[in-house]
Ligand binder design. Structure first.
Ligand code: KPL
Length: 322
């Protein structure tokens, strides 16, 4: 077991105790950082506790890392480094709930699926350094505070509003320094928007189809009908990129999707898991974002719209069953 305390190091506050939040909290702690997990409510087993172990399972082994736990509503201490790992639809409300603790120079790091929330956050916090992230790390929760690291992916960070940030090169260097020692593959990207769009295309192609067909990511490639739907999803997104004059469609989005499916073949996508467990999905921040962009640009995206409606209908159908 490792102690969370290391006064020499960066203090990270992690917002969101899902799979990615627990993965990051445990890896930051392993790298010797001071870590506080911010929770809306404390679990019944730890109502009075200040510290809690996080279990990290990887490569057949299991390690335990002690982190500090706090309520979002707590008054102190000030937050200098915040990493937001909530579901994307919860992110803005979650940040709002700890806003009173953000230090004037606080870094807000968003490690979210989908698109739209990042731009909204930048608008809401104009004077702050908002760093966006995109990850292909595979992780899922076995239990509360117990995460399985299924696959080691890559995580890219960068800013979307470089010109609005004073000393962006210092931000980059200091941010990467604050992650030193971490055993995750982290990189700084000078074109973060490209990573977000590519990840968005991957999520648009994989998540709704796996949720509707109740299959693992890898199974999508075994069915020619599903392959052709994924090609249509990607072509529709490429038309949007063309209209926005964003040069992110080469190499083709579909190539990228097939590569990602191969790497995550054994995974059940996050949307499959959410729908299966009757939890809210990120469809509005994934396919919904594409449908809204398409509408604003007057571009038809029938396949994405059809999948958006199907997921929305199955959410309503399940809600009606409860
Ligand atoms: O990010 C993912 C998700 O499940 O949300 C993919 C890339 C589809 C991996 O499962």
């Amino acid at each position: 077991m490792k102690s969370y305390k290391n006064p020499e190091s960066t203090h990270w506050h992690v917002l969101g105790a899902g799979a990615i939040g627990c993965l990051w909290a445990s890896h930051l702690s392993r790298a010797g950082k001071e870590v506080t997990l911010l929770l809306r409510t404390k679990p019944a087993t730890a109502k009075r506790e200040k510290y809690h172990p996080i279990l990290l399972e990887q490569n057949g082994g299991i390690s335990s890392f002690i982190v500090q736990i706090q309520l979002c509503s707590d008054k102190n201490p000030p937050i200098h480094n915040l990493i937001v790992c909530t579901k994307s639809f919860d992110a803005l409300a979650a940040i709002h709930s700890i806003e009173h603790r953000l230090a004037p120079n606080a870094r807000i790091v968003l490690l979210l699926n989908g698109m739209g929330v990042q731009q909204e956050c930048i608008k809401r916090y104009p004077g702050r350094a908002v760093i966006c992230g995109s990850t292909s790390d595979g992780a899922y929760r076995r239990d509360t505070f117990h995460v399985i690291q299924a696959g080691k992916g890559q995580t890219f960070f960068g800013v979307l509003n470089r010109t609005a940030i004073s000393e962006p090169d210092n931000l980059h260097t200091n941010f990467m320094k604050s992650l030193n020692g971490i055993e995750l593959n982290v990189h700084w990207s000078s074109d973060m928007l490209e990573h977000l769009w590519r990840k968005l295309a991957i999520n648009c192609a994989i998540n709704p189809l796996t949720a509707i067909n109740r299959c693992r990511n890898g199974e999508l490639l075994n069915d020619t009908r599903l392959v052709s739907l994924m090609q249509d999803i990607c072509s529709e997104i490429e038309m949007i990129l063309g209209a926005l004059k964003l040069p992110y469609a080469k190499p083709s989005l579909f190539n990228q999707v097939t590569q990602d499916i191969t790497v995550t073949a054994q995974n059940y996508s996050s949307m499959y898991q959410d729908l299966n467990n009757a939890r809210p999905t990120e469809i509005d921040q994934i396919t919904g974002f594409i449908c809204r962009q398409a509408k604003a640009l007057g571009i038809p995206v029938p396949t994405n719209e059809m999948l958006y409606r199907k997921i929305k209908n199955s959410i309503e159908f399940r809600a009606g069953q409860r």
